[in-house]
Design a protein around this ligand. Sequence first.
Ligand code: UDP
Length: 497
Amino acid sequence: MEIDSQNQKLNVTFLPYPTPGHMIPMINTARIFAKNGVNVTIITTNSNALTFQKSIDNDFNHGYSIKTHLIQFLAAQVNLPNGIENLKDATSVETLGQISHGIALLQDQIELVIQDLQPDCIVTDMCYPWTVEFAAKIGIPRIYFYSSSYFSTCASYLIQKHRPHEKLVSNTEKFSIPGFQENIEMIPLQLAEWIRTKTNYSCYFEALFESELRSYGALYNSFDELESDYEQLYKSTIGIKTWSIGPVAMFVNKDDGEKANRGHNKELEKEPDWLNWLNSQQDDSVLYVSFGSLARLPRAQLVEIAHGLENSGHNFIWVVRKKVEENDESLIKDFEHRMKESKKGYIIWNWAPQVLILDHPAIGGIVTHCGWNSILESLNSGLPMITWPMFAEQFYNEKLLVDVLKIGISIGVKENKFFMSMSEEATMTRKEIANAVKILMGSGEGSIEMRSRAKKLGDAAKKTIEEGGSSYNNLMKLIDELKLLKKTRELSKKLIR
Ligand code: UDP
């Protein structure tokens, strides 16, 4: 009986891509599946597993069927020291290339593991386009996973299809995103370089997105109340099945310990200094400033941010990722010291427990690079945003926040630059930064309205994952559909025998 019910259980294997913005939401999704009765296996390498294994062990000890299957990162073959297995560890274009190469070399091991596990379905990151053919070969569905907005996928797809930017005479002239009901304007410079002009990388990126179209379906870390119009547009343009099951971070990571330690391999201290500092601040008075897990800003820009924040007169927590091999932190260190003395600001170096900080009542707004996960996490806490996009699809996300949802103020970045090829110059000045902060954190009508809209979306996000909510229902539908597929497959196998 026991064996029989195990056989009937759905087995799903998850294959995350090792960069926090891709991996964190996929691990959350895997945990949600397990919490809903699915046998889950996550394939990853050792050093990446360390960033989430505690939660998996915790879930397992609570009776959920979830495990990690480790594969070996071939560090020596790509000339990397042991433990450098995640894109966030890259400090130069060279190391980025080596890490990416190391990840590509995992394909044989991954295929063997999946063949051995014989799952009923694989949920794989967008960055593994080869899993479409592989899934077809072993006769199971591949579900495409990419934690960003429908809005950005539709914009990118329609811009690549109609290429409106090529009809303009200059890179700074405006065009409207084709096929969108709303008039959303951008300039060519805000498009990723591989879309703007054909580069060596264009084929690589095109293959990733094209694999979505050939997948059984796609999982979106989004929810109806946020962008249902664009989900509809996705269905009519991209045309594959999709399930909105977000915000996935809210389904899991419910206690502070989980929120603090997710995505990072070092335990947070019990009473961190920043928490004591935040506890001493008034509600909604502190601005959180972060540019995600990949971007390392040039010195000139750090200086402008420091002045801008100080001149704004508002208190802040700022996450600064170190640019290794550069000895210019001293200037920021002086600033850090001065801000600490005056209790005006707090700097966290390299990695912050972002979800925990955003949940703190003292936080009243965020400066974000418009990475989708950071956007959802800010929304979960009902925070309005200053949008400072940098690369990839972040400029589309900015448009969604500023023009459609009206919960963000654009700082005004004009150019999309890959995070490893940022200019050494500052793109935004201290004056522009201080002005945006004053508006967002001030008590003007516009800011109050933005705050209230963000709060409403935060409330909707909480409801959508509860029983009966749309994301909850979508998740249940997906699991049921996969179970049905499994049954049909097994039946047809029996008939063939
Ligand atoms: N993150 C974090 N602490 C940091 C930097 C990033 O917890 O100091 C997490 C953040 O909460 C989010 C993910 O890393 O879940 C970053 O994903 P996002 O899509 O926002 O941007 P990316 O890093 O991919 O540019």
